[in-house]
Design a protein around this ligand. Structure first.
Ligand code: PLP
Length: 393
């Protein structure tokens, strides 16, 4: 039985939670400063602010860059509805650009024709950790005097031509959501080298409420439950049978339960708590080790999948961090069913075609994620690849 996703359980988090609970340090404490400093060093930018989610970080950016009602922001059509909902919440108009065929990211050749006198910024999303073509995007932004905002929610540790993503635009934001490279259950960061932007963000943050002990505890409990349910034994006994049962009715229960469109805007902007900062710092310190395993899994897929299977690639020197390893199949839904009947649980992409542009629509219908988490071993990859080679059309 192979699970689509695994949330690693760290005993250290339980011990730290109990310690901070007794010392009344769950909300505020030394780890906030430590994680902030380490994360900004890791990305290579001077200023970092830790907040309650990636979308909260993006809200802050829109506010400090002074984007107003009726301004326009250019973004990739193959994207998450979460960012579109944030943009629309501020009355800003999203202007969609189709994707590139190789890396699924915004196609720089199609950006200029979408620029108008109202365009203020380009939102650049490094999909699944694959870096966008930043040279082309930055030169367009310079020519038209536009701000570049980098959405690095998928891209902690990704590099474009040797340089970390997140360092190209005026500001960038990251997500520490439950399925991200660094998981603080919910969380995010805004990074910049611009002192003025940083001062404005700090001013906004000073007026915000902190998380409550109750909400930090709630997140910790959620972490324990999800990590236990994705543990190999629990997955085998409970989760997989449930997925199979719902699949009989053509329903992917996990996809349905965890799909996040960001449309109920309950997610208030808050400062990331001390306990969550501890979780972030712990995983950041192990990042290179975890990433080595992911890269090894990806290389094995590339070795065992038939050469006719298409996956994300790049024309330039890219070092993706692979939030997910994606492939494209015309008969995706049929292959997902076939793999499930062989004990392998894989899922279609979370990304959507936000306004049905040609290529992004194709991607939303064809992309699926192959498991690369910490329980996956070479034998699993050979099995998955063999079945995909057999059933793909
Ligand atoms: C591309 C992208 N941007 C932004 C976000 C928002 O991040 P968060 O869920 O931390 O608010 C997500 C969430 O998954 C995402 O996939």
């Amino acid at each position: 039985m192979i699970a689509r996703q695994k949330i690693d359980f760290h005993k250290r988090f339980v011990l730290e939670f109990v310690r901070e609970l007794f010392l009344l340090k769950l909300v505020k404490g030394k780890y906030q400063h430590k994680f902030k400093t380490r994360f900004s060093q890791f990305v290579g930018l001077r200023h970092c602010s830790l907040v309650s989610s990636g979308r909260a970080a993006f809200c802050l950016i829109l506010r400090v860059l002074n984007l107003k009602k009726h301004d326009e922001i250019i973004l990739s059509s193959f994207n998450t509805p979460i960012v579109m909902n944030v943009i629309e919440k501020y009355g800003i108009k999203p202007v969609f650009v189709d994707s590139s065929e190789d890396n699924y990211n915004i196609n720089p050749d199609l950006i200029e024709e979408k620029i108008s006198s109202k365009t203020k910024a380009i939102l650049v999303t490094h999909i699944e950790g694959y870096p966008c073509d930043m040279d082309s995007i930055c030169s367009i932004a310079k020519k038209y005097n536009l701000q570049v905002i980098e959405d690095c929610a998928h891209a902690i540790g990704s590099r474009y031509k040797g340089r970390q993503v997140g360092t190209f635009g005026a500001t960038s934001f990251f997500s520490f959501g439950i399925s991200k490279h660094i998981n603080t259950v919910k969380g995010g960061a805004v990074l910049t080298n611009d002192k003025e932007i940083n001062n404005k963000i700090n001013k906004l943050l000073n007026n915000l409420k902190s998380e409550s002990i109750f909400s930090v505890s709630h997140k910790f409990i959620k972490y324990v439950i999800v990590s236990l349910l994705t543990n190999d034994i629990m997955y085998y006994l409970f989760v997989n049978p449930l997925i199979r049962l719902f699949r009989l009715f053509g329903f992917d229960i996990l996809y349905y339960l965890f799909e996040d469109k960001g449309d109920n805007h309950q997610d208030k902007i808050k400062v990331l708590s001390n306990f969550q900062s501890f979780m972030g710092l712990y995983q950041l310190n192990k990042f290179d080790f975890s990433f080595k395993k992911i890269r090894n899994n990806v290389n094995n897929y590339k070795k065992y999948l038939s050469t006719s299977v298409k996956f994300q690639t790049s024309k330039y020197h890219a070092h993706p961090s692979y939030l997910n390893f994606t492939i494209r199949l015309k008969n995706r839904d049929y292959v997902i069913k076939k793999l499930m009947s062989n004990g392998i649980d894989i899922q279609k992409t979370w990304m959507h075609s936000l306004n049905c542009l040609n290529y992004s629509k194709k991607l939303s219908n064809e992309v699926l994620y192959l498991p690369i988490h910490s329980s996956i071993i070479k034998k699993d990859i050979v099995k998955i690849s063999t079945l995909i080679n057999k059933f793909k059309s």
